[in-house]
Design a protein around this ligand. Structure first.
Ligand SMILES: Nc1ncnc2c1ncn2[C@@H]1O[C@H](COP(=O)(O)OP(=O)(O)OP(=O)(O)O)[C@@H](O)[C@H]1O
Length: 234
């Protein structure tokens, strides 16, 4: 059972449009649908493949680094794993609860205070209210946001968002942790704390997926590195 993949991508393609409004009229869409003159997978003007035929498996307990130049498709892979977006083609299987630290502020409820977000997001990430009550001081303490914990998060700086989001995620019951260069906005002291916490998670049976431009760093910590360029995995 342990060796079964928890995340699997089978021939996954993701199409994006550079123009938000497509030029296709409804008529053109209908003609293509009924006549088959244009395959649904073909690219319309302004569209491009952000991912092309991606295949990989990740097993329980693995720590994987995702490496590639800007715009190569790393964040798109994390968004597909966390269901923020969907594949244009292919099959994605993700078994387990995902804690996605992929976009600063994503998943935060801006009008709620820090502590309200701890309860809200903690519950979404599988922690019971009773457990959250017993962990809340530890979560606040790790975040270092003690003086700001009763302030609505819309007043937080990007570093403060990170502190709260990271602290909630690493104290959650998630099975899969996605870290998309989130540490970039943290100060050195907090980064160091996060690195320790990530190392603790790595030695557990959880899956950790890290996106970073620092290949050497990833080689030190990760079991494997998946390299991607222009949406194609090497
Ligand atoms: N919502 C979107 N709509 C249109 N294009 C998008 C969207 N999201 C990403 N893209 C494009 O898809 C490509 C892959 O983007 P992605 O964010 O996955 O790359 P990345 O490898 O994470 O880049 P970086 O290292 O700069 O964060 C890029 O060309 C990007 O501009």
């Amino acid at each position: 059972m342990l060796s079964e993949p928890i995340i699997s991508f089978r021939n996954v393609w993701k199409k994006y449009s550079r123009q938000q409004v497509l030029n296709n009229s409804l008529r053109e869409e209908l003609v293509s649908l009924f006549t088959g003159r244009k395959s649904r997978e073909d690219l319309d003007e302004g569209e491009f493949w952000a991912l092309q035929g991606i295949n990989f498996d990740i097993k329980q307990g693995e720590c994987i680094g995702l490496y590639g130049p800007n715009g190569s498709g790393k964040s798109t892979i994390l968004k597909l794993i966390s269901n923020v977006t969907y594949p244009t083609r292919g099959i994605i299987d993700v078994r387990g609860r995902v804690a996605p630290l992929i976009e600063l502020g994503a998943g935060m409820h801006l009008d709620l205070t820090g502590i309200e977000n701890i309860y809200m997001n903690g519950t979404i990430l599988g922690v019971s209210i009773r457990e959250l009550r017993s962990k809340v001081d530890e979560i606040i303490d790790f975040s270092g946001l003690n003086d700001f914990i009763n302030v609505p998060v819309k007043k937080y700086s990007s570093g403060m968002y990170l502190r709260l989001a990271f602290s909630i995620a690493v104290h959650s019951a998630a099975d899969i942790f996605l870290f998309d260069e989130v540490l970039a906005v943290g100060d050195e002291e907090f980064k160091e704390k996060c690195r320790h916490k990530i190392s603790d998670i790595m030695v557990s049976d959880k899956i950790v997926l890290i996106v970073s431009h620092d290949k050497e760093d990833m080689q030190r910590y990760c079991d494997r590195i998946l390299s991607i360029t222009h949406g194609i995995m090497q």
